[in-house]
Design a protein around this ligand. Sequence first.
Ligand code: FAQ
Length: 311
Amino acid sequence: TPVSLDRRFQDWIDAERKIEPRDWMPEAYRRTLIRQISQHAHSEIIGMQPEGNWITRAPSLRRKVALIAKVQDEAGHGLYLYSAAETLGASRDDMVADLLSGKAKYSSIFNYPTPSWADIGAIGWLVDGAAICNQVPLCRTSYGPYARAMVRVCKEESFHQRQGYEIMMALAQGTPEQKQMAQEALNRWWIPSLLMFGPPDDQSPNSAQSMKWKIKRHSNDDLRQRFVDMTVPQAEFLGLTLPDPDLKWNEERGHYDFGALPWDEFQAVLKGHGPCNRQRMAFRNKTFADGAWVREAASAYAEKQKARQAA
Ligand code: FAQ
């Protein structure tokens, strides 16, 4: 009966075993994973835009080479993740169509602008830092193909994080104007980076079931706290100030306290009203249309090969 299948499934998960594509799984487990993995894939693809914006204007050849490599890695992450979702029976065409139509979610963080070169440093340091915090535990997520994809993704993310921190370091040790640029970028990205971890635990509808299935290994608030604790000393080392007057070490908790977060802003960004939502979607749609000839040529070539083999 389905009841005993469900129980055996949960026992298997509780024993820290992986679920593989051909294994039986509850439909809701499959749907939750397709949702999370495809949103993650879309985030990587849309996430290429804020930094792609600076490739032509990187301040040196060395910076340009590193930035191109990073943005290219993000395309690669998107492709592994779409493939992981396909192992659950999701169709690539449907996932892409949902992104292009605006039906699918992608991370709120990529709807913020990058007006200066220092934003590239801040994204690498904070956004990739947050991504690592969230994704290292996903290397132990219960679905095998997702867990294995995360191993490589996290290795690449740690290069991205160092790349960003090193940009911040150069600016923070530069002229007063450069240090000011770094501080302003930090001011822009700090709160959005904290929002990235998702709603507070008591307002996170998917958390309880996802934790039970070991899809998520830690709650949104736990990961957010871990990120704050990790980042405060890094900011101190740079000589920059985190833009939160309530940020303070709490001896009793053994963690940093921080100020209330603007959840109304988070909800607005999710509804499409962030500073760059429209621009990101318009660019993605244009790029998809501009690339149609490549997809058509590749399909025509594949057809020709198939016909030749059949003959
Ligand atoms: N933005 O019940 P929960 C990267 C949605 S890193 C937009 O807590 P869940 C690397 C959530 O989907 C960024 N939507 O949901 C990079 C749900 O909506 P739904 C991507 C958000 O899934 C760096 C609703 O709110 N990383 O790309 C956000 O249990 C630099 C309720 O929330 C991942 O995707 C948000 N920030 O927990 C690339 C990591 N937060 O679907 C380029 C994997 C929540 O019910 C440059 N994902 N929502 O309509 C996860 O760990 C989880 O899915 C969470 C959300 C933690 C994001």
